[in-house]
Ligand binder design. Structure first.
Ligand code: ATP
Ligand code: MG
Length: 350
């Protein structure tokens, strides 16, 4: 069986360090190893419209922003196929068939959807397209014979839904679909990075993000204002590291070399945490250290981004060409579905 990787990003804003900690890091790793047959990255504009129907410009403008962010972070357009979802209209047809294989009750049980409905205040204004986006996401995954979906843990229920749909289609008609698997980062913190507010996961739609494109001063400002332990008031107070966003980001991004370089009085993160828990270590010192760690990661991305901003026409051309390639793959899959379902009328045509 071919190894086909597919991952998706919604163009609802620029990419943030939460995307970096999960999906982007996994993608860079996959790209470096090169042990795959196909590697697809979808910019999910039609999915983004399910909660932005009146905000088409925001979605449209963020398509190129996301493409630039991905390339700036290190994705190589020669090694993966980055494309725009709306350029593969076959995905809509596929979702149409899939919608008949899923119950409303099943969709309402999806924990990610539940959380997102709450976050968006959709309790009484839920668009049907939003409730059913896991079904269209199943089409995105299944249309291209995906075997692996690298993602953060909020996507686990989506991949599970795609597997159920694939299974249900295969059982109802014929074996057409491969059952995909999610690939999560090894550490929990990487799979769901909290927002700077410490309340929920970092998310473009929640305004609690540190973006890959933020300039140096903004990154520092966001770090200096990040949520820590509200009871750690004086430097001498003992502090909590669990639920403390600054330590979560250090868990996700700092390596022992960073201590040698920026904070040599500590050997590693465990020593720093122990001191914070005991008392006697102030938030500012930890935050300034985190700032050094993050700037080291983000500054090359910022430089690459500035170069890519001069090549916008070329990037669009690459996306459009890839869309055509992906459309052919999806059209073939639709043909297989028609054959399996027996709704192929070819032989009655004259
Ligand atoms: P939106 O708020 O519009 O849904 P988002 O910030 O959740 O945006 P997505 O485009 O939905 O971003 O997700 C893209 C990828 O990044 C997915 O694989 C998702 O699991 C992952 N991801 C998103 N947020 C985080 C996070 N806070 N920590 C780790 N991974 C994340
Ligand atoms: Mg999301």
């Amino acid at each position: 069986m071919k190894k086909t990787i597919l991952t998706g990003i919604r163009p609802t804003g620029n990419l943030h360090i939460g995307h970096y900690s999960s999906a982007i890091r996994l993608m860079l790793d996959i790209q470096a190893k090169g042990d795959y047959d196909n590697f697809y990255v979808m910019i999910a504009d039609t999915q983004a419209l399910t909660d932005n129907a009146k905000n088409v410009d925001k979605v449209k403008n963020n398509v190129i922003q996301v493409a630039i962010d991905l390339l700036a972070a290190g994705l190589n357009a020669d090694k993966c196929t980055i494309f725009i979802q709306s350029q593969v209209p076959e995905l809509f047809e596929m979702s149409g068939y899939f919608l008949n294989l899923v119950t409303v009750a099943r969709l309402k049980r999806n924990p990610t959807i539940k959380e997102e409905i709450k976050q968006r205040g959709f309790e009484n204004t839920l668009p049907v397209g939003f409730l059913t986006y896991p079904v269209s996401q199943a089409a995105d995954i299944l249309a291209f014979n995906t075997t692996i979906v690298p993602a953060g843990d909020d996507q686990a229920p989506m991949v599970e839904q795609a597997r159920e749909i694939a299974q249900s289609f295969n059982n109802s008609y014929k074996n057409v679909f491969i059952l995909p698997k999610i690939q999560l980062p090894d550490a929990k913190i990487l799979a769901r990075l909290p927002g700077t507010d410490g309340k929920i996961k970092m998310s473009k739609s929640a305004g609690n993000s540190i973006y890959l494109c933020d300039d140096e001063a903004i990154v520092k400002q966001k770090i200096m204002n990040a949520y820590t332990d509200p009871n750690h008031i004086k430097v001498s107070d003992p502090g909590k590291v669990d639920g403390n966003v600054v330590f979560s980001y250090l868990d996700a991004f700092c390596k022992s070399e960073h201590f040698e370089k920026y904070l040599p009085e500590y050997k590693n993160l465990d020593e720093l945490k122990d001191h914070y828990k005991r008392g006697g270590l102030g938030d500012v010192k930890v935050k300034l250290f985190l700032n050094n760690v993050m700037q080291e990661l983000l500054s090359p991305i910022r430089i690459k981004r500035a170069q890519l901003e001069n090549n916008i026409d070329e990037i669009y051309e690459m996306l459009f060409a890839n869309g055509k390639k992906m459309q052919k793959i999806a059209a073939k899959k639709i043909q297989e579905m028609h054959d399996a379902m027996g709704i192929n009328y070819e032989k009655f045509k004259n």
